[in-house]
Each structure stands twice: as structure tokens, then as C-alpha cells.
Ligand binder design. Structure first.
Ligand code: UDX
Length: 503
């Protein structure tokens, strides 16, 4: 076939009059082809608004904008919008700024504070606003309903309203009623598409994790799934070395599925809502289980790493999220777990198992403090370096950070604290008005201390030359409260190693 085409081309091009005619036909053919590709792309390109530019919102907006869609990033907070306009996120997340600035420069990402500018044009809207917890532990849905009000007022017919924020099961049904009540004429579909991305691996997870899409409208489900198909295509050419240093963290070596369809879970609205909360609850439960077993290891002389390797090798259990340490924190687990407990109470269900998980987690700071005291005696006037203040590595987020709780507990007992975190120093500056010495680096933080406690397992602490620490420290205790260092290495450089459940 191709050789016949070659012969025909040679004959045609040997005659000059035929050549210009053929060139004209080829030119026309190519132009028409390009126009049709452009038309198909334009037809598939959607105008989208993402409401809320937190970790979930700005990451979702940015990857969709890089995947061929026109995306408004809407937030009522002018300072956040100003930062995004300058091509940056308002928090640290490796690789995200690069994607934001690319999308801003191409014009596909449009940060705005205006519902009027963004919503009327949008075919799909993602609600990614915060759901902080109230005093009683129940989730505060005020921002969710405020966003829904703006959507009801300004949307055009046919809009797909997609909920990404973590909401209690049944919220979608209430929101549908609320929007219908605010704007009875509006024709819309409602989809629950909960988010599973981890801070510190936000971009990686958006490209690789599962997608749960739940609705009673199958057409709307497929539209949302197709948006992710575009993200999946964009991810094929993406250089993952530019994003998370921590993507494989706690995974126990389990590989994620790469094929698109196997990542999609289509379900109904209420199941999608409950999947999100239950997923976080189960992960928190796994960690608390590991920590509870670690306490038992310390009493019995067993080693928690070996125990978790042994049980994690059972494919029914799995090794992921069975890493013992100071406990869980952050913007999701604490509020999602307490939200689940209180919402279940409204339905007369007692989530006993989750209450126990919360209790174990709350004990872990005290457990570490007690163990520290057993090693170096009374903590009054002892100088302790607490390394790491963010709730986990890879992020500047200090919400519900166990490390911050540890610092406060040590101060209560009269210890003098120096501290360093590779990203969260600006965040803690306002938090600690109680005399914590905020150091400029690791050397500075450990200089002259009686003991070092690693409270967040940053790469910088794992890769630090602990051999040089002995010369700087006054004491010799290295308390690895995240079980992230090799005990043998620490002992070999002349320091005393203590971990959580590691014997
Ligand atoms: C979590 C969920 O993982 C994510 O799917 C969801 O969308 C949001 O909530 P994130 O809060 O970013 O993500 O942090 P994650 O990586 O899950 O860690 C949570 C906490 O558990 C951290 O404090 C971490 O240090 C701790 N942890 C995690 C452990 O102590 N041990 C483990 O084995 C795993």
C-alpha cells in the first residue's frame, strides 16, 4: 500500500502542473484536518469553576487547566487569589507552583473572587470549600451551603454541580433540595466526587489515585469521568520526579493501578459520600492499631516493624498505614473521624471502634513524653530539640500537628525547646508565643541540647549526618518518634537510639 502510494507520488510530482494541483489538495486536506481536530478539542473543552482554593481546590483546578479545559479558580479570599494570579499556591506543595504558573501563563487558569464572572459560563462546577469541625466534633457545613447559594443564583441550565468537599452522608440530598428551593427553574445534576489526595503528594495522587463518582444521573457521572480521562492523558507525559518526595510513603511497597478504567468507581450519591469518610476513618484506625501494638511491643520487647511486616504480608491486611509513631494529625483525619462519630450518633449508631482510635491517638504524645522522661529524667529545664513541626513531611500545614502538641506538652513540663522545620517555620511563628527557640537549621536546633526528638519524618532529618550531631549536642539521646531512622546507624555514630515500639 505504502509503496504504491510512493510510486503514485513520484509520477505526480514529476509533472509540474500536477504538482501544484496536488500541493493545493494536500494543503486543503491538512487545513481541514487541523480545523476538525480543533473543533473536536473545542467541543470537548469544558468551562469549569472550582470553588475554594485549598489543597484540593487549587490542585484540581490546576490539573484540569493543564489538561485542556478553561478553569476558573474561585475563592472569596482575595489574598489567596492574588497569590495564585502570581503563579503560586499559598502553601508549600512540591511541583504545584510550576503547574499553576504554566496554566496562568496559557490563560487556561483564571483566578477570581467573582461568582458573576465564573459561574454563569461554567458547565461543570466543583465545590472544594472547607468543612471545619465545630466544638462538638460535627462538621460545619456553612461554607458548603454558602457556595451552593452562589451556584444556585448564577448557574446556567444543564450545569453539573460536583461535590469534592468531605461531607456527611445525606448532605447531597439536602443540597439538591436547597438549590431547587433557591432557584426552582434551574436544571442541574448533582455528583459526589470525593477527594483522596494527600498533602505533600497532592499532584501525584490526583494523577494516580482512584476516582469515586457518585450520582443518580448517569450522564453527569460520565461527563465528570471524561474530565479525569483528560487529566489521565496529560499525566502520561508528566515528569513525576518534579512532584512528591513522599508519594510512596507508608504504602508498604504497594503499587497503584495505572490503567484509567480500573481507577474509576461509579456508584450512587450516598455511597460516594460515605466512601470518603469511611476511607479516612479506616486509615486512621490502622495507624492507631499500629500505635497500640507499638505500646505493647515496648512492654514486651517485641519490635513493631517486624510485627507490622509480619501482619502486613497478609494480603487481607496489607502493610500500608501501619507505621507506628507520634500519631495522626492534619486537616482531614481528626475532623473526618470526629465528624463520622457525631453524624453516626445522629443516626443512633455508636462508632465505638473510631472512638477507640481517637483515644489511642490522643495518648501518643503523652506516651512519647513519658518514654523521654524515663530516658533522661525530669524534663524541667532540660533542653530538647523537636525536629519537624508540620503534621507530616512534604507540607507546611500545621493543623492538628502532633509535633506542635508535643512541643506544648514539653513546655508545660518545664523543658526548654528549640525547633526546626524545613517548611513550616512561618506557620509556627504566630503559634508559639511561649518561648520556643525557632532555629535556622538542624545544626542550630540541636546545638547544646540534652536530647533530640524527631517529630516529623522530613527527608532532611533522615539524610542528616547524625555522626556530626554528637559534637553539637550536650546529651546523646536521639528519640525517633516517627521510626524513620536506622537504629543501628544512630548507635554506630555514638548516639543512644529510642523509637516507638522498636526493640
Ligand atoms: C489523608 C488521606 O490519606 C487522604 O486520602 C485524604 O484525602 C486526606 O486525608 P493527609 O491528611 O494529607 O491525607 O495525610 P496522610 O498521608 O494520610 O497522613 C495522615 C497522618 O497520619 C499524618 O500525621 C501522618 O504522619 C500519619 N501517619 C500516616 C502515621 O502516623 N502512620 C502511617 O502509617 C501513616
Amino acid at each position: 500500500m505504502s509503496s504504491a502510494f510512493l510510486v503514485a507520488s513520484c509520477i505526480l510530482f514529476s509533472d509540474p502542473s500536477l504538482t501544484s494541483c496536488v500541493q493545493y489538495v494536500f494543503g486543503l486536506y491538512t487545513t481541514l484536518n487541523l480545523i476538525s481536530i480543533w473543533c473536536i478539542n473545542a467541543m470537548q473543552m469544558k468551562t469549569i469553576t472550582i470553588i475554594g482554593t485549598g489543597y484540593v481546590g487549587i490542585t484540581t483546578a490546576t490539573v484540569l487547566a493543564n489538561s485542556g479545559h478553561k478553569v476558573f479558580a474561585l475563592d472569596v479570599d482575595e489574598s489567596k487569589i492574588k497569590t495564585i494570579k502570581s503563579g503560586k499556591a499559598h502553601f508549600f506543595e512540591k511541583g504545584l507552583d510550576d503547574l499553576i504558573s504554566r496554566a496562568i501563563n496559557s490563560g487556561s487558569l483564571i483566578p477570581t473572587t467573582s461568582y458573576e464572572e465564573s459561574i454563569p459560563e461554567s458547565e461543570v462546577i466543583f465545590s472544594c470549600v472547607g468543612t471545619p469541625d465545630r466544638e462538638d466534633g460535627s462538621p460545619n457545613l456553612d461554607y458548603i451551603f454558602a457556595a451552593a447559594e452562589g451556584v444556585a443564583e448564577h448557574s446556567k441550565d444543564g450545569v453539573i454541580i460536583t461535590q469534592k468537599s468531605t461531607v456527611p452522608v445525606g448532605t447531597g440530598k439536602e443540597l439538591i433540595k436547597f438549590i431547587k428551593n433557591k432557584n426552582p427553574k434551574l436544571k442541574f445534576s448533582y455528583v459526589s466526587n470525593p477527594e483522596f489526595l494527600r498533602e505533600g503528594s497532592a499532584v501525584y495522587d490526583t494523577f494516580n489515585d482512584r476516582m469515586v463518582v457518585g450520582s443518580d444521573d448517569n450522564g453527569a457521572v460520565e461527563t465528570v469521568v471524561n474530565l479525569y480521562k483528560d487529566v489521565h492523558e496529560f499525566a502520561k507525559g508528566f515528569d513525576f520526579s518534579k512532584v512528591s518526595d513522599y508519594a510512596a510513603e507508608y504504602s508498604g511497597g504497594q503499587e497503584k493501578a495505572k490503567d484509567f478504567e480500573s481507577r474509576v468507581i461509579r456508584t450512587n450519591l450516598k455511597s460516594a459520600e460515605l466512601i470518603k469518610v469511611s476511607a479516612n476513618a479506616f486509615l486512621a484506625l490502622k495507624i492507631s492499631f499500629a500505635n497500640n501494638v507499638a505500646q505493647l511491643c515496648d512492654k514486651t520487647g517485641a519490635n513493631v516493624d517486624a510485627v507490622m511486616d509480619g501482619i502486613g504480608a497478609d494480603s487481607r491486611i496489607g502493610r500500608a498505614f501501619l507505621y507506628a509513631g507520634l500519631g495522626w494529625g492534619g486537616g482531614c483525619f481528626p475532623k473526618d473521624v470526629s465528624g463520622m462519630i457525631t453524624v453516626a450518633e445522629d443516626h443512633n449508631v455508636d462508632m465505638k471502634v473510631m472512638k477507640a482510635a481517637v483515644e489511642v491517638n490522643a495518648e501518643m504524645v503523652g506516651f512519647v513524653v513519658e518514654k523521654l522522661r524515663s530516658k533522661i529524667g525530669d524534663l524541667k529545664d532540660k533542653k530538647i530539640a523537636v525536629m519537624g513541626l508540620s503534621f507530616k513531611p512534604g507540607t507546611s500545614d500545621i493543623r492538628n500537628s502532633q509535633s506542635v502538641k508535643l512541643v506544648n506538652e514539653l513546655i508545660k513540663l518545664g523543658a526548654k525547646i528549640s525547633s526546626f522545620d524545613p517548611q513550616a517555620m512561618a506557620e509556627v511563628k504566630e503559634k508559639f508565643d511561649n518561648g520556643v527557640e525557632l532555629a535556622g537549621g538542624i545544626d542550630d536546633a540541636i546545638d547544646g541540647v540534652d536530647a533530640v526528638v524527631i517529630a516529623t519524618e522530613w527527608k532532611e532529618f533522615r539524610e542528616y549526618d547524625w555522626g556530626s550531631a554528637g559534637k553539637l549536642m550536650k546529651g546523646d539521646l536521639l528519640f525517633d518518634a516517627r521510626n524513620c531512622l536506622d537504629p543501628e546507624m544512630v548507635e554506630n555514630v555514638g548516639l543512644r537510639y529510642v523509637g516507638v515500639g522498636r526493640n
